[in-house]
Write a protein that binds this ligand. Structure first.
Ligand SMILES: Nc1ncnc2c1ncn2[C@@H]1O[C@H](COP(=O)(O)OP(=O)(O)O)[C@@H](O)[C@H]1O
Ligand SMILES: [Mg+2]
Length: 475
């Protein structure tokens, strides 16, 4: 609803910006026209009135004195003309006659020599006669508006007998104001044109930069990560371009990782499938002796088991990465859980000439925590299995369960040959294997993702003769 108009006109960003520039300038010009010009007129008129009042005060002393005494009319006329010459205004002397209750004015003399007919009805002069004070004001005369200052003069100290009026036409004030108005209008028109042009230019430049971003986004959406947007400034758009480049780089890395994952996973699946195909062909031979046939069948069983484990692991990993694997936390006795998982490895331990020592701090029921028992057991199985598969025969394994700083730590330690520091940084990546033992390299990747999901952590410390994996979970 809010954008209905611009949507209907389908204005581009640059059109809108240019229009905005234009409207703001139009408002500014309008404000000058509506407020500044009339203000100027009243200020200029005020100045004119103040100048007239000043002249009346300053230049009338002699004339007032002359009026108060019986000075000949000729002399009064001369003084009036002198006052007019000195101030540059028209000076008129009116006499005040008081009829019953009303004040009437009549002309005595005027510096221009013309009859001051309009002044006889002047309310400014009348106010001065009545109040006995200097009065100023603007009045309408036949030739246009006139500013005037009226100064009363008295008989001695008695009543007001005359009013001396200084007046000047306001035509030049009007002319000045209308010139200013006209010039404001011309300047406004030029400013509007410039605003439209500048707005359009600025907006075009902005739109070009936004357009570049849009193009790059479309390219990334189409799977092309090669083009970086040049970061040409530190402003918001520049920062957006920077952020976009970062995002593009991350997407590229993720895309590479995904492709690598698929390639490795399909390779891992293909190897056992090929080998199975080979054995099936061999088993088709009718002349096989029972001993060889049994050996081949054992191999087939091994490969099927490997495939099964691989497919389960892949599924787990993909569920973990997509976040769709659900945990079912419950109150678990982790001492008991560790004991039972370790128990499962008895046959494997015997085969490997290894011994597993269990150290449970605090006795039965001492290590309780809220967690998913199935997933904790899965992690422990991965760790104990590694301590057996990636170590020489006869390795000793210690499984430790204890509480520390409000967490539960489950550790699996072996005295094997250790993991070299470079490999330590990579063993948690999917498909990474650091030795020749047959494994798909998914175990630790799954274990560490699971630990993350439980708000826990899986860490490793290793040097020759001691490798310890520790699962820390909140408890
Ligand atoms: N206890 C260990 N001792 C030595 N190396 C280990 C140990 N545990 C893991 N590793 C190394 O880490 C790699 C990754 O382990 P994992 O993810 O379980 O994959 P896999 O066991 O399938 O090879 C192993 O290939 C191995 O090189
Ligand atoms: Mg493993």
């Amino acid at each position: 609803m809010r954008h209905a108009l611009s949507d209907r006109l389908s204005l581009s960003l640059s059109d809108r910006l240019a229009l905005l520039f234009f409207c703001v300038t139009l408002l500014a010009v309008g404000a000058v026209y509506v407020y500044v010009a009339p203000g100027l007129q009243s200020r200029l008129t005020g100045q004119k009135l103040a100048a007239l009042a000043g002249a009346a005060r300053k230049r009338s002393a002699e004339l007032r004195r002359a009026l108060g005494t019986d000075t000949p009319a000729r002399h009064v006329r001369e003084l009036t003309r002198e006052a007019a010459n000195a101030s540059g205004d028209r000076v008129t002397v009116l006499s005040v006659n008081r009829a019953v209750g009303a004040v009437q004015l009549s002309a005595v003399t005027d510096s221009t020599g013309q009859a001051p007919a309009a002044l006889l009805g002047s309310s400014v002069a009348r106010r001065a006669a009545v109040s006995g004070q200097l009065q100023t004001g603007v009045e309408q005369a036949p030739g246009g508006e006139v500013a005037m200052a009226a100064l009363p003069a008295r008989y001695g100290n008695a009543t007001v007998g005359w009013v001396i009026v200084y007046s000047a036409a306001l035509a030049d004030v009007k002319r000045t104001v209308s010139t200013v108005r006209h010039e404001a209008l011309v300047a406004g028109a030029i400013a509007l044109a410039l605003a439209l042009l500048a707005g359009y230019a600025v907006a075009r430049a902005l739109a070009r930069r936004v357009g570049r971003l849009e193009q790059a986004v479309r390219q990334v959406a189409g799977g092309d990560f090669s083009r970086r947007i040049p970061v040409d400034s530190g402003d918001e758009l520049g920062r957006l371009a920077g952020a976009f480049n970062d995002m593009q780089q991350q997407l590229q890395q993720m895309d590479l990782a995904r492709k690598k994952f698929i390639a490795t996973a399909s390779h891992e699946l293909r190897t056992p499938v090929f080998s199975l195909g080979g054995f099936v062909e061999l088993l088709e031979d009718e002349d096989l002796d029972p001993e060889t046939r049994r050996r081949f069948l054992d191999q087939v069983r091994d490969q099927v088991q490997r495939l099964h484990k691989l497919s389960v692991d892949l599924l787990d990993l993909s569920r973990l990465e997509s976040g769709s694997l659900e945990l079912r936390p419950e109150e678990v006795d982790l001492g008991e859980l560790t004991r039972s998982v370790s128990g499962e490895f008895e046959p494997a331990l015997a085969q490997h000439d290894s011994r597993l020592e269990l150290r449970l701090a605090g006795g039965p029921g001492a290590i309780l925590a809220q967690c998913d028992p199935v997933r904790v057991a899965q992690i422990m199985r991965i760790l104990i299995d590694n301590a057996l598969t990636h170590t020489p025969k006869g390795t000793q394994i210690v499984v430790i369960a204890r509480r520390q700083n409000g967490n539960v730590n489950l550790s699996v330690r072996d005295d094997g040959e250790g993991i070299d520091p470079v490999a330590q940084g990579r063993i948690f990546e999917p498909f990474y294997t650091a030795d020749d033992a047959q494994g798909s390299g998914l175990g630790l990747a799954i274990a560490s993702e699971l630990a993350d999901r439980m708000a826990g952590r899986l860490s490793v410390t290793s040097d020759a003769g001691a490798t310890t994996f520790t699962l820390q979970i909140p408890g």
